[in-house]
Design a protein around this ligand. Sequence first.
Ligand SMILES: *Cc1c(COP(=O)(O)O)cnc(C)c1O
Length: 248
Amino acid sequence: MVEDEIIAGNLALVRVRIAESAERARRDPHDVTLVAVTKTVPVEAVAAAYCAGVREFGENRVQEAERKVAHWRYLDIDRDDPARWHLIGHLQTNKARPAAGLFAMVQSVDSPRVAEALSRNVPAGHELPVLLEVNVSGEESKSGFALPGGRLDGATGPAFLADAIAIAGLPGLRVEGLMTVAPLTGNPETVRPHFRALRALRDRLRERVPQARWRHLSMGMTGDYPVAVEEGATIVRVGRAVFGERLA
Ligand SMILES: *Cc1c(COP(=O)(O)O)cnc(C)c1O
């Protein structure tokens, strides 16, 4: 189908750009995982991306993800090499139970309440990898722990540090790093300082909260993923550059 070929072509271009950015930063492109963001995207397009090699998919709403994953499992394409679903949007605590069973990673833990709700609902014997979502830009509208400039010595620093320590100690969860959503802008260079701030915060957390692994930096979307890779992203979350503009 023509649409499948467009998605495969888009993916090839995104992968080339990731590799070029990694090279500029003297990084191994294999250290960058592409999460294809499928919110509002039909499951046929998910299948096209899967056939073009994508294994990680991102959804921002639990209900949409539940419906899509049920449909996806019915297609039964990925039995030998399952797709992995990431939650990248704010989680309401009353959806923690389905979320804990559905997602391979929750990237959008933005409060101790959300972390505790997930911790209580992780199936016995499992560990759910999570990232802490941090708002380093100071934009009021953004979710995530507010930590302007990623500074632990600012007004919100001590409370964030205490929360990070508490979350790192919750059973059933494995804190693996940080996620951020940069401000939307036409010029990716204006977001570079925010990505740098997230990486510097990650480096400080490695010293201050050594009980967590802090290996992941999830940053970069369609408008800015090459800059994010240059600044150390290990996960980029790309929707429109893979599937085209969202209609909804
Ligand atoms: C929608 C979304 C993305 C992907 O955005 P694109 O601009 O389509 O690449 C990434 N991260 C989050 C948290 C999102 O909600």
